[in-house]
Write a protein that binds this ligand. Structure first.
Ligand SMILES: Nc1ncnc2c1ncn2[C@@H]1O[C@H](COP(=O)(O)OP(=O)(O)OP(=O)(O)O)[C@@H](O)[C@H]1O
Length: 768
């Protein structure tokens, strides 16, 4: 890994004429960045010219010209957008390379060879740098097509991430450039071939700094995640660039960069094959907090629009999870046992209160009637099989007409089949045009919505009927009670989605196109169907209406319940997948059942597995403590190794008379010690209380329920009563492991009596 590349002595302090080597190297990079911005300005003028030109063409008014204008405006608009965004570090990397094996160049203008040519290193250990590449957020070519910047996702940029001292390839020096807007602030180098004396333009290669990765990890955290584009490590790069065939499966402990890697992979896939992923990439995150935390990463990589980041509780349009379920209710609702209950409920809900039990119509001048028993029999026949309930209404209507026809006595009137068919069709017309029949059908076989069926399940008698031999009476009572609340939990959302599949999608009314008054006057719209929607509008509409995606990325995959796997699976039936997770952090109590549902959602697609092994978040002092809980939560599982250590041991305190008072004091203490954020993690039932404890301490500190902490990180974390968190659910120890692994710098643990702290305040669960 580049992180372990040899850090070379600080040549930077050696004076070089009036200038230090560091200043000289910064100046060299500054000159390059100036050239890049100069070229970008030229490109901006080009894009603006294209936009103006396109607008002029639009005035010509032929259908072809208008379509071409839309396409040009679309492309130039995207281009301008990207060029105008001045990111903190547009240019962030550089590699100096030996001569390659062959002289072939790729489309980005760089040589493609990975290994050095035979004579690239002389016998005396000296070598010349044959190629220098700068790496940035977007590729920029000079007028003569020499690359000024290589896009970080291009094949030529891969050695920047992959090269290691053990396997350096052609890379001699790897440099991370820190810049803000148009100004270069600093450079940090790693030497991949320290044994060489390499020269560039006749001068020995300078090596500056002490580790870009460590500098990035040491920075204090804000409320949003940063991209890691300048310091992606080799094992992470393998995942990011893995081909998108079938299923890419990534496991790794806390802090190994799974979320970061998943986001960078989305950007990489779009770069690789934008056409294919026009079908959209869906990233599913467990909580809205994690969505908010990670939302800025893709825009910072220049990618938006094609990627939807959704919380598990926001996957169903028009419903949003705001409530929590107790562990036992969550367990029942998340289990695939619910499938049977929902199927019965969707059919049973047809018989809602006030459903008519008699049908009376007049046809061919006769009164015809169907009684309750006959109606029940017809309903049973119509419901046979597994077809969506709402789509069975025409079948039920047909069966009703058959039964009434039988009653009418008209069936035997004609022997000639043609006349008989005519008579029957006029009978049907007679019946169906009667208001009484229409009103009956609407009441007897209403078009059901998922919300209505879920609401019907809130009645414990009905739910008891529908869950016979599936849920036990205790579960029925609790689930029904939870459904009586106003609003939905994250588990209800998966039930709504399943019900939608069981009921069948309602017919979507075709959206009316708004007419341009001028079009109406001239009749132009008949001539120009392309004007119906510009490409912008089309892209936006498709994104909104999308229910299936070309690639699905599931973050924190260990937490998905079987019902959630089914919901997510429906969004990627024809997709390729990236699944990242850590079984040791699972808050779902039955991992085997979830794994079976996952396998069903993914079908027989082959899987490629990766493992991330280095913890970039927690210092060793915190990671060591957390590994004690890991040993209890998942005996035998290997924790990732922490990449750094701070020398600051976790702090243990025991709450005095008032837990709230102690927590407040300790949080204030941490706020003084770190510049960034402080997360206070409590058992779920204490969330509201904890918010009150911390009132007035400012917005750098946040109170979180244990399940809300998933995926997040803070400069410092305060974990309140490990025993309370561990006892909260069957997966409590794994949830505690999550809580203990959120801090990038400092950790405080506050114990109550229940934690059985020793004389040093260390709770029983965290003792060696
Ligand atoms: N190569 C890297 N360079 C700089 N920072 C990194 C790198 N890899 C990971 N990090 C940082 O480490 C932290 C943890 O990353 P991330 O949240 O993606 O880990 P995770 O595996 O998803 O963790 P968890 O399982 O606990 O949710 C983040 O702050 C991330 O920016």
């Amino acid at each position: 890994m580049a992180a372990q590349a040899q850090q070379v002595s600080a040549v930077d302090s050696v004076p070089d004429g009036h200038d230090s080597v560091r200043e000289r190297e910064i100046r060299i990079e500054q000159e390059h960045l100036d050239r890049v911005y100069h070229r970008l300005e030229e490109k901006i003028h080009e894009a603006e010219f294209l936009m103006n030109d396109a607008a002029r063409r639009g005035q010509v008014g032929t259908p072809g010209a208008l379509a071409e204008r839309d396409a040009q405006v679309f492309r130039a608009g995207i281009h301008l957008n990207r060029l105008h965004s001045e990111y903190e570090d547009f240019l962030f990397g550089r590699i100096d390379l030996l001569l390659g094996k062959d002289g072939k160049k790729g489309p980005d203008g760089a040589y493609t060879a990975v290994e050095p040519a035979e004579g690239a290193v002389r016998e005396d250990g000296t070598a010349d740098i044959a190629e220098t590449l700068h790496i940035g957020r977007m590729g920029v070519l000079d007028e003569d097509y020499t690359p000024l910047v290589i896009d970080w996702r291009a094949p030529a940029a891969a050695p920047f991430y992959r090269s290691t001292p053990v396997d350096p390839g052609r890379v001699v020096r790897r440099r991370v450039i820190r810049s803000k807007g148009r100004r270069v602030l600093g450079v940090e180098d790693d030497l991949m071939r320290p044994e060489l004396t390499a020269r560039l333009d006749g001068r020995e290669l300078a090596v500056i700094g002490d580790g870009a990765l460590m500098a990035a990890l040491g920075r204090s955290r804000g409320h949003t995640m940063r991209d890691i584009v300048a310091s992606i490590q080799a094992e992470q790069d393998l995942v990011i660039r893995a081909p998108a065939a079938s299923v890419t499966y990534v496991e790794g402990g806390p802090g190994t960069g799974k979320t970061a890697v998943a986001l960078h992979r989305a950007a990489y896939l779009l770069y690789q094959d934008r056409r294919r992923y026009a079908g959209g990439i869906l990233i599913v995150s467990p909580t809205p907090l994690l969505v908010a935390y990670t939302e800025g990463v893709l825009p910072s990589l220049g990618e938006e629009g094609q990627v939807a980041i959704r919380a598990m509780g926001s996957l169903v349009d028009g419903a949003e999870a705001t409530l929590y379920d107790s562990p036992s209710v969550a367990r029942a609702k998340g289990s695939s046992r619910m499938l049977k209950v929902l199927r019965r409920a969707a059919r049973g809900a047809l018989e809602r209160n006030g459903s008519p039990d008699r049908l009376r119509v007049v046809a061919f001048g006769r009164r015809l009637e169907l009684e309750a028993e006959e109606l029940a029999e017809i309903r049973r026949t119509a419901l046979g099989g597994t077809a969506p309930v709402n789509l069975l209404r025409p079948r039920a209507r047909k069966l009703l007409l058959d039964a009434l026809w039988g009653r009418s006595g008209a069936a035997g009137r004609h022997t000639d089949p043609e006349l008989a068919a005519e008579l029957r069709s006029s009978f049907d017309e007679d019946v169906t045009s009667e208001d009484a029949f229409v009103a009956f059908l609407d009441a007897w076989w209403p078009e059901l919505t998922p919300r209505e069926v879920l609401a019907a399940m809130a009645d414990d008698k009905r739910l008891g009927r529908w869950s016979r031999r599936v849920l036990n009476p205790g579960e029925v009572r609790k689930v029904a009670r939870s459904l009586q609340r106003e609003g939905y939990s994250v588990h209800d959302i998966a039930l709504l989605d399943e019900l939608q599949a069981i009921l069948g999608a309602p017919a979507r009314p075709r959206r009316k196109r708004e007419m341009d008054p001028l079009d109406q006057l001239t009749g132009l719209q008949e001539l120009m169907p392309v004007r119906e929607e510009t490409q912008w509008e089309r892209a936006e509409r498709l994104a909104q209406e999308r229910t299936e995606y070309a690639h699905v990325i599931v973050d924190e995959a260990q937490d998905l319940t079987p019902m959630q796997w089914r919901m997510v699976g429906r969004r990627g039936r024809h997709a390729t997948w990236t699944i990242v997770g850590d079984p040791a952090q699972s808050s779902w109590s039955d991992p085997d059942e979830a794994a079976a549902a996952r396998d069903e959602a993914l079908g027989s697609r082959p899987r490629r597995r990766f493992r991330l092994t280095v913890n970039y978040r927690n210092p060793a002092e915190i990671a060591d403590l957390a590994s004690r809980v890991l040993a209890l939560a998942m005996p035998g599982s290997e924790p990732p190794s922490a990449v750094r250590s701070t020398g600051v041991e976790p702090r243990f305190t025991v709450a005095g008379d008032s837990l709230g008072q102690t927590v407040r004091e300790e949080a204030a203490r941490l706020l003084e010690r770190v510049d960034g954020t402080v997360g206070v993690v409590v058992a779920m039932q204490r969330r509201e209380e904890a918010r009150r404890w911390l009132a007035g301490l400012g917005d750098r500190v946040v109170a979180l329920g244990s399940l809300e902490a998933k995926g997040l990180e803070y400069d410092a974390t305060l974990v309140v009563s490990p025993a309370e968190i561990a006892d909260e659910s069957p997966a409590g120890l794994r949830v505690l492991y999550v809580a203990l692994t959120r801090a990038t710098q400092q950790l405080t643990v506050v114990s109550g009596q229940r934690d059985e702290p020793d004389a040093a305040g260390v709770p029983d669960l965290l003792r060696d």
